[in-house]
Design a protein around this ligand. Structure first.
Ligand code: MGD
Ligand code: MGD
Ligand code: MO
Length: 853
């Protein structure tokens, strides 16, 4: 929505009164004053665009532009669902401080005289920067193979066009892509393991329909700020909100009940709840028989699910896809269970032990998975749960009965909670509660993990992967960790020798940021290229910096899973300084790498026109969620994705539960056969029988305490030495490291990185409020000012992630973390769907005072 008006000075003054309030602090005030300095009639326009950092909210924002300069940013209220109006937060409307801020990059730069922080940047022309970059990349490709060039970019939903240009060039050139989803730690692995999908979720409009919302480690009031009123609305409508967290978070403060839970003990609690549901027969029997693997039989001789093809005298159903498998259930006779249909006779056995004769004449004992589950749940008594989690035994019983009977139940399983080594086990255990009680496929019901702007909402393949070419992918963690015994992801022959990144600040934000720095200093990474609009820590560590533009300076397409709208970013101003939209940058680079590549990037068109072409291509080939949506429509405002549910609401697994289509639904852009192999039964699977699950005793969801298979296995001497869990939750004042340097945001939290700890722990350590403290382990350290907060769990250090190193005396808070790789994440490799996930919080540390406040 763009319109222009000519205003007289008087009219303009009236109009800016409101903006003046918004621009009361910082750089904005200067701009307004300048604008008022003379009497000319001004050109004022309002441009509707979308704020799209990776905070997931993707709020519409209206930019007020006066004579080609943004003077103020406003929240929008143009969503067809009035409940989503207005959208936009203080971070978003103060983005003006970044657009025109002192850290804004002004032109391309090449580093000379050393690597990392040792070299000095020289400002160069685009011609020189692009020629130089292309030459270096070609040299590296020749020496080590094109796959030795790694490309890292933030999740696609924050902008399909410009990231698509980057992916397309990497695909054409044979470079290696690193998927942001597992790198971020935003790939909750229980999803592919249990449901065969990347992720699913309820949209916040559905929160109001839940009658019981159980939040396991998600700080909705901060990290879903803009939608959090809908959580409160669910309370007003009689819903109950219960928070489980080691820390009394802002979300806990709004809950009806808060249970302080020991770190990473959620699976013990979830399985304790599941035990009560099973023992007291509070489960939804028809539901679990119809949709889950719980009635399927498991062989007791080898722990594998019984395959119909192995059973004597069992006819196999016809038309079964090669990526599915036919398993067996029992109802007086053995039944071959068709994985293409969610059907099961309701007299099928959930319990008992049976003997079956195989085709080879062997007889083996078998049990339904439900029976095995029931047996394995026996240890999770309320007393055991109390010991492991700190939640009182009588509360465990109360919570279980309520969760089983108050419907719809919605579990929110947050990022900080699954960003632990056993995050997958916790998720499988939590999913069990939801599924046992039949809380799926219905309004207000399910389990959601809101993390980043993750899911790809339309088919992007034509733009991202030109000519049907296959991209090469390599999980980021292997670069830091090195190859493992179980890995199935193909390793680039000579490793990664060059790194190109955009929309990322890896030298602060990626795991082992100090290792990455060392790789630059030692020359293991021979060449690093940054594409950003501001001079982040990572730009400073790079060899070439190519200045991109903010979303106020280009045309882009975004979609978030949280409020399911397709939205445009429309340029409010021309690219500032000598900055260029990324589509232009990659087109120029493409033509220098190989002139043949240029044709994919709409040569000859200006970057906004080219971006529109890319959007039209994606809309035309994007599949059912965007069918019929046009660019013209999008220019007018947000358009809801087409979800195929009643009322077009985002209700997870609606097709599976209501229309009885087999699991999984498609996880774009991956073809179904790739993800359907994760749940071969076509059902919700709680039993995993791939060898590594059996070897680790994780065939069913179990509880395993933190640190045993990670920190203590890596370094047994760390046990006892480092007793604090280092939890790096998200900050209200930033989106990751974006807004680190936003003067309004800085002011709101005194410009000070903080270390939150419990007063009892502080006393033991001789730390007082405001002291400068150092949090450290054998890998690294970070400094901050102590905040003594009784809300923080004992033996927990909370450090809000995202600070640029310049605010941390040049250390990186990610120098403490370690890239642990869990073998169950390595059974398959499908980028962004089944891949080793980063476990930020699986990190032990200690704390000491290093100075007064
Ligand atoms: N303001 C703001 N919003 C954001 C972001 C941002 O940077 N800033 N980032 C966005 C992105 S990309 C993401 S991934 C999401 C993440 O958002 P969330 O999922 O909300 O994650 P966090 O804020 O990291 O942590 C949530 C809570 O998990 C708790 N927790 C930690 N460990 C455990 C545990 O073992 N068990 C339990 N029960 N709780 C635990 C922490 O104490 C914390 O209160 O936020 C998104 N929204
Ligand atoms: N220890 C620890 N580490 C963590 C986390 C944690 O909880 N603990 N959280 C993790 C999670 S969940 C996530 S999602 C990641 C996020 O980590 P990153 O993906 O690195 O996110 P940001 O730090 O916000 O960096 C984004 C960069 O993109 C730039 N940018 C913004 N818009 C544009 C644009 O249009 N073009 C270009 N070229 N650049 C642009 C911004 O200026 C910024 O420098 O961090 C992870 N790191
Ligand atoms: Mo994230």
């Amino acid at each position: 929505m763009k319109y222009k008006v000519k205003l007289t000075r008087r009219q303009f003054l009236k109009g800016t009164a409101a903006a003046g309030v918004l621009l009361g602090a910082g750089g904005g005030r200067v701009l307004v004053k300048k604008a008022l300095a003379d009497n000319r009639a001004r050109e004022v326009k309002f441009v509707r665009t979308t704020c799209s950092p990776n905070c997931t909210s993707a709020c519409g924002i209206k930019a007020m532009v006066v004579d080609g300069q943004i003077k103020a940013l406003f929240p929008t209220n143009d969503y067809p669902d009035p409940e989503y109006n207005p959208r936009g937060c203080l971070r978003g409307i103060s983005f003006i401080n970044l657009i025109y801020g002192p850290d804004r990059l002004k032109g391309p730069r090449i580093k000379e005289g050393g690597r990392g922080l040792k070299g000095k940047f020289r400002d160069v022309s685009w011609e020189e920067a692009l020629d130089y970059t292309a030459r270096r990349l070609k040299e590296i490709a020749e020496k080590y193979g094109p796959e030795s060039i790694g490309v890292s970019f933030q999740v696609g939903g924050t902008g399909y066009v410009h990231k698509g240009a980057m992916v397309a060039l990497a695909t054409l050139a044979g470079w290696t892509l690193h998927h942001a989803y597992d790198l971020n730690g935003d790939l909750p692995m229980f999803w592919p393991q249990t449901f065969g999908v990347q992720t699913e979720e309820l949209e916040p409009l559905e929160w109001v329909n839940s009658r019981y919302t159980a939040i396991f480690g998600s700080n909705v009031m901060v990290t879903r700020l803009i939608d959090s009123d809908l959580l409160l609305e669910s309370k007003k409508r009689g819903g109950k909100v219960v928070v489980f967290d080691p820390n009394y978070s802002p979300t806990a403060a709004k809950a009806d009940e808060f249970y302080r839970i020991k770190v990473s003990s959620d699976a013990a609690l979830a399985l304790g709840i599941a035990r009560i549901i099973v023992e007291e027969k509070l489960y939804d029997e028809p539901f679990i028989k119809t949709y889950t693997d719980l009635p399927l039989l498991v062989r007791l001789d080898n722990g594998k699910r019984l395959k119909a093809a192995d059973v004597a005298g069992l006819a196999l159903p016809a038309g079964v896809s090669p990526y599915r498998d036919v398993f067996v259930a029992y109802n007086g006779k053995f039944l071959a269970v068709n994985p293409e249909k969610l059907e099961m006779p309701l007299d099928v056995a959930l319990e008992g032990e049976y003997t079956v004769t195989l085709k080879n004449g062997q007889t083996v004992k078998v049990k339904p998975i439900f029976q095995l589950l029931k047996e394995s749940l026996k240890v999770y008594t309320p007393e055991f749960v109390e010991r492991e989690t700190g939640v009182k035994a009588e509360d465990v019983v109360k919570i279980a009965r309520e969760m089983a009977t108050i419907k719809p139940l919605h579990i929110i399983y947050g990022a900080s909670n699954y960003q632990w080594y056993h995050g997958d086990l916790k998720g499988r255990a939590l999913a069990l509660i939801v599924v046992l009680t039949g809380n799926l496929g219905k309004p207000g019901a399910g389990i959601s993990t809101y993390a980043g702007q993750y899911r790809i909402r339309l088919k992007v393949n034509k733009w991202w992967f030109p000519e049907g070419k296959k991209a090469k992918w390599y999980p980021w963690l292997y670069i830091l960790h090195g190859p493992t015994e179980n890995m199935v992801a193909p390793k680039p022959k000579n490793g990664i020798k060059a790194l190109i990144f955009g929309w990322h600040n890896p030298f602060d934000q990626h795991n082992m940021a100090n290792r990455l720095r060392e790789m630059v200093e030692k020359g293991e990474l021979e060449f690093v290229v940054a594409i950003d609009f501001q001079n982040s820590t990572s730009c400073q560590w790079s060899d070439v910096v190519l200045p991109g533009v903010t979303w106020y300076e280009k045309t882009e397409l975004t979609a978030t899973p949280v409020h399911p709208y397709l939205q445009l970013q429309q340029p409010a101003i021309k690219p500032l300084y000598n900055c260029k939209p990324e589509l232009w940058i990659f087109r120029e680079l493409a033509k220098r790498i190989n002139p043949e590549f240029e044709k994919h990037f709409f040569p000859g068109l200006d970057p906004d026109k080219a971006a529109e072409k890319a959007i039209e291509l994606m809309l035309a080939t994007g599949g059912p969620t965007v069918a019929g949506i046009t660019l013209e429509q999008l220019k007018k405002g947000p358009v809801r994705l087409k979800l195929g549910t009643p009322g077009n609401r985002q209700i997870m697994f609606y097709e599976q539960i209501v229309e009885k289509k087999p699991f999984p639904p498609e996880s774009l852009p991956v073809p179904l056969e790739k993800t359907a192999q994760f749940v071969k039964s076509g059902r919700i699977e709680f039993y995993k029988d791939e060898d590594i699950f059996l070897k680790l005793g994780e065939q069913l969801p179990v509880y395993k305490p933190p640190f045993e298979e990670s920190e203590y296995a890596l370094d047994p001497s760390s046990k006892g030495k480092y007793q604090f869990a280092f939890i790096t939750r998200n900050s209200l004042y930033r989106v990751h490291s974006t807004h680190s340097n936003n003067i309004w945001m800085e002011e709101l939290h005194n410009n000070k990185p903080k270390v939150f700890l419990n007063p009892k722990d502080a006393e033991t350590k001789g730390i007082k409020e405001g002291d400068l403290v150092e949090v450290y382990n054998s890998r690294g350290k970070v400094k901050g000012y102590a905040v003594l907060d009784p809300g923080i769990g004992e033996k927990v250090i909370v450090f809000e992630q995202g600070w640029w190193s310049r605010y941390l005396k040049e250390t990186s808070y990610n120098s403490l973390t370690y890239p642990f790789i869990k073998p169950t994440h390595e059974v398959y490799f499908v980028p962004g769907v089944w891949s080793p996930n980063t476990a930020w919080n699986e990190c032990l540390c200690d704390v000491r005072k290093v100075g007064e406040s």
